[in-house]
Design a protein around this ligand. Structure first.
Ligand SMILES: *[C@@H]1O[C@H](CO)[C@@H](O)[C@H](O)[C@H]1NC(C)=O
Ligand SMILES: *[C@@H]1O[C@H](CO)[C@@H](O)[C@H](O)[C@H]1NC(C)=O
Ligand SMILES: *[C@@H]1O[C@H](CO)[C@@H](O)[C@H](O)[C@H]1NC(C)=O
Length: 726
């Protein structure tokens, strides 16, 4: 969906609308849908199951359907994407999915989903195209940052909370991409070949949780699965496929152009709606041209066509979109806000800005902190390390192009990396209109209390000159990836990253600055793990992995650096210097679309590393705090078929803070299972000296090791306390 733009500024118009609606039961919703279908012509039905076309000048959203005005059914509006409303102005650039995972906070996952729902609704969007649930099978996978990382449990929780939040305000969510959409190279036809156990336990699990959240729709992927196009794979979508096995009641919509072969292959395979409706370079255009004749010729039954329409209309009734829903008030074909169909409606709010900032701070992971204080005790004032004491730090260097205002066209349309990296590129990117880069936020926070010398490029000598002898040097470095463009390489990377290196010689910049400043604080903005060979350098007193934090990147990092927000983020993946430590590869070179066997099976990320005794630089779940936490009174008790784990956490340090206890389930070797898997986490907010009793209950399904097989007994657990002295 690449469009040409002309800059245009339109005054914002604030509208206040009610998000209240009455949730109907699925049964009532299907009754209403079937009653409408009984009155429809075949052309009306086909208009509902088919996008109106990418090149259709009437199109308002990223995808639309044909309305049936006489029955009160509008054009259904579909719009990107997982981290904010794309291709329009007056929206919030929320943190990425991977940062949301980093919070390990269901509260924030749900709040983000609700805010995304509110902004969708305010724009008249019926279907929010998210959450992304593509497992980060390889750390370099181009769109990994849109989803919740390599762990299936984390993706499942992210899915459940996001969908619950989005749909709580009457907006349909769309879980994507079904299934095993794990790399950008060759994605339009590669085949991910996955055995049943791996499929169920890793790649399917987040979709199961989506169904449990009542998700309205699921998007089938570009790639083939086990040799068959995902959008016509009966084993996924058909009456006996996984979606139906687990009780999915909504509809399957194709990724844009992901349909191949014939209308009947797709309709009979289980695809309900084709988008965008016409052929777009790689596929599509089947339902509009061929579905009617397939039905008239008996290749697709009328019952199946009716079922497709019913599946699409039922969620629309269920979420009350048939009554009082705001009309579309923007034009995705003119994302600059121009044209008479862009009504200038802003859906931003102070609450959403504050939430974007809170999630960004809560997702920052403190990886290293060699704090030195005036008294030599934690309660002294910081001289080196974090949090920075404004009273003592009088000369500051800000180094790196990643600190400066980005070229706002990079993320979406131009696909480039120029300035701070706050979100990857492609259809999962954000409309960044109000981004505050780190340099602006630091400058405004510091005011006249210190002098700032900056070098806002990655020029090594300029960085050294700025940093030499300063009380502190903040070095901002980044790495980026995104969706495969049709033509574009971004700094030589085509969607997936080429390697785990920081971009623009960021590693050299860090090393050169650390050689001349003994209080060097490194802030990494990245879409995934990067090499950190400089980690142990004695002059690097702090490292913060800040991920892809969205538009509030600057204020959120100031809050963490200066101690207004005590870091509580935890890594949603492990960080290792060597790609081989992750046990998977990206297939870059192939003669034609490759077959990719998922031979690593269940062993992704920390599971693989643990099985091979690989010690990463920083493990999954790792993250420091400015305070310390003490655990006590651990007990486990059976309660019916569940296990109830109880313990006490106390804030034993001198800063208020949030601890994230994590429960990992261990198995005996005979289970043929990874040694440990994540099965629980909590967010525990504690004032200085405060204590809290935490209860984590693992139900029957959490305890079994084949998600859909027989229940096996649990074999113990591990409580990890990621505590290292600050
Ligand atoms: C995918 O292929 C594997 C290996 O041939 C097979 O075991 C599995 O059952 C297939 N899965 C589905 C859902 O067709
Ligand atoms: C760190 O560098 C500053 C400024 O150059 C200097 O005053 C200070 O003594 C150094 N501290 C240590 C521990 O090396
Ligand atoms: C640390 O920084 C100081 C300057 O403050 C410098 O003299 C020293 O060589 C640096 N140490 C290393 C290991 O680079």
């Amino acid at each position: 969906m690449l469009l040409t733009l002309t800059p245009f500024v339109l005054a914002s118009l604030l509208v206040v609308q009610s998000n209240a609606f009455t949730l109907r039961s699925w049964e009532d919703s299907y009754t209403l849908a079937n009653a409408a279908i009984a009155q429809m012509t075949i052309d009306e039905k086909i208009g509902i199951v088919t996008g109106t076309g990418q090149l259709n000048s009437k199109r308002r959203c990223v995808g639309d359907t044909t309305p049936v005005p006489r029955l009160g059914i509008p054009s259904i509006c579909f719009n990107d994407g997982p981290a904010g409303i794309r291709l329009t102005k007056g929206v919030t650039g929320f943190p990425s999915g991977i940062n949301t995972a980093s919070t390990f906070s269901r509260r924030l996952m749900r709040a983000r989903g609700k805010a995304l729902g509110e902004e969708s609704r305010g724009k008249g969007i019926h279907v929010f195209l998210g959450p992304g649930l593509d497992i980060m099978r390889n750390p370099k996978s181009g769109r990994g940052w849109e989803s919740f990382g390599p762990d299936p449990y984390m993706n499942g929780e992210g899915a459940f909370e996001t969908i619950t939040g989005v749909q709580s305000v009457g907006v349909q969510a769309c879980a994507k991409h079904l299934i095993a959409n794990n790399q950008e190279h060759w994605r339009y036809g590669l085949s991910a070949n996955v055995d049943d156990r791996t499929l169920n336990e890793i790649y399917w699990y987040p979709f199961l949780r989506s169904i449990e959240a009542g998700v309205a729709s699921v998007m089938c992927a570009y790639n083939r699965f086990n040799g068959t196009s995902s959008c016509q794979h009966a084993g996924l979508l058909g009456p006996k496929g996984l979606l139906q096995r687990d009780g999915f009641k909504g509809y399957v919509v194709s990724d844009w152009g992901a349909t191949h072969d014939s209308a009947s292959d797709n309709a009979n395979g289980g695809l309900d709606m084709e988008q965008p409706g016409d052929y777009i370079l790689i596929g599509g255009g089947l339902y509009g041209s061929g579905l009617k004749s397939a039905v008239n010729g008996g290749k697709v039954t009328t019952a199946r066509l009716n079922e497709m329409v019913a599946r699409i209309l039922a969620p629309w009734y269920r979420l009350g979109q048939d009554s009082g829903y705001p009309p579309v008030n923007f034009d995705a074909q003119r994302p600059d806000g121009s044209g008479d169909r862009n009504l200038g409606v802003s859906v931003r709010s102070n609450a959403h800005t504050a939430l974007a900032r809170e999630i960004a701070s809560a997702s920052a992971v403190l990886l290293k902190n060699n704090r030195v204080t005036t008294t030599g005790t934690p309660s002294g004032t910081t001289i080196r390390g974090l949090p920075v004491a404004a009273s003592r730090i009088k000369t500051i260097a800000v180094v790196g192009q990643d600190a400066k205002m980005p070229n706002l066209k990079c993320n979406d349309l131009n696909e480039c990396n120029d300035g701070t990296m706050s979100i990857g590129w492609g259809s999962g990117s954000n409309s960044l209109e109000f981004i505050i880069p780190p340099i602006d936020a630091i400058t405004s926070f510091v005011g006249t209390s210190a002098t700032i010398t900056s070098s806002l490029s990655n020029d090594l000598d300029a960085g050294v000159n700025a940093a030499r002898g300063k009380d502190v040097a903040f070095v901002f470095v980044n790495a980026m990836s995104g969706e495969l463009g049709f033509y574009t390489f971004v700094v030589g990377n085509q969607g997936d990253r080429n390697d785990l290196d920081l971009w623009w010689k960021g590693g050299s910049l860090v090393e050169r600055v650390a050689a001349v400043c003994n209080n060097t604080i490194v802030i990494v903005h990245s879409v995934g793990p990067v090499r950190m060979s400089w980690q142990a350098h004695p002059n690097i007193t702090g490292i913060i992995y800040a991920g892809a934090p969205g538009e509030q990147t600057g204020p959120s990092i100031v809050d963490v650096l200066y101690g207004k927000y005590n870091p509580s983020g935890r890594l949603p993946f492990s960080i290792s210097d060597n790609e081989a430590d992750y046990g998977t590869t990206i297939v870059y070179n192939s003669l034609g679309f490759p077959e990719i066997p998922y031979t690593e099976k269940l062993l992704l990320d920390y599971r693989y590393m643990e099985s091979k005794n690989i010690v990463p630089r920083f493990e999954f779940g790792f993250g420091l705090s400015y305070t310390t936490f003490a655990y006590s009174s651990l007990s486990i008790a059976a309660s019916g078929t569940s296990q109830v784990i109880k313990f006490t956490v106390a804030n034993a340090g001198v800063f208020a803070g949030t601890e994230i206890p994590q429960v990992y389930l261990g198995y005996p070797a005979s289970a043929g299972q990874p040694k440990k898997v994540l099965r629980g986490f909590e967010e525990v907010i504690l004032g200085i000296g405060a204590t809290s009793t935490v209860t984590i209950t693992l139900n029957k399904r959490d305890l079994r090791h084949i998600a859909f097989g027989t229940l096996r007994a649990s074999h113990g657990f591990d409580l990890r306390e990621h505590l290292r002295s600050p």
